[in-house]
Design a binder for this molecule. Structure first.
Ligand SMILES: Cc1cc2nc3c(=O)[nH]c(=O)nc-3n(C[C@H](O)[C@H](O)[C@H](O)COP(=O)(O)OP(=O)(O)OC[C@H]3O[C@@H](n4cnc5c(N)ncnc54)[C@H](O)[C@@H]3O)c2cc1C
Length: 137
């Protein structure tokens, strides 16, 4: 929302940015005060930006760039390897579905809904359980 001409100029800048970031023209509208009232009768402002979608981030590109940055710092990514077993000695040994193994001194477990199962294989968090349920939007 803009309450004066100066703020309106900021919204105009956002319209340019949205085009540069790939939001289709039809999905973003810069409305004057009348246009705003038409859309929402309680909205009294100089102008406003209406965008009919909630996100404009391409998470695929974002994640790939993050991967490149991480690889520059020495990270090696392993794909299509499912952890099937672990041990809980001073060094963690992971066993994968293709029977290969990997030993590490330190493990960050971030396997989403599987995290607790993997933690339990390391004899951790035995007192917890997780409940997977469907969310309604
Ligand atoms: C339908 C749906 C819609 C959602 N919408 C939104 C949204 O709009 N906004 C929002 O903020 N959040 C949303 N979320 C939630 C969001 O996706 C999660 O909170 C987020 O992805 C969790 O990230 P994570 O890295 O912890 O786990 P995940 O993204 O689940 O990543 C875990 C990874 O570990 C891998 N893995 C699992 N088990 C093993 C194993 N044994 N060996 C090897 N790898 C393994 C998996 O393959 C996966 O790649 C949504 C979730 C769902 C299901």
């Amino acid at each position: 929302m803009a309450s004066d001409e100066e703020q309106h100029k900021t919204l105009e800048k956002y319209v340019k940015w949205s085009a540069q970031n790939g939001i289709p023209e039809k999905q973003i509208e810069l409305l004057d005060s009348k246009g705003l009232l038409k859309r929402e009768p309680n909205l009294h402002a100089y102008s406003g930006l209406y965008c009919s979608r909630d996100v404009s981030t391409d998470y695929g590109i974002f994640t790939k760039e993050l991967q490149k940055e991480s690889e520059k710092n020495g990270t090696k990514f392993l794909f299509n390897k499912e952890v099937t077993d672990t041990n809980d000695d001073s060094e963690v040994q992971l066993t994968f579905s293709d029977d290969s193994t990997l030993t590490a001194k330190f493990l960050i477990n971030c396997s989403g809904g599987n995290s607790l199962d993997i933690a339990k294989k390391c004899n951790l968090a035995k007192e917890y359980d997780d409940l997977h349920f469907r969310g309604e939007y």
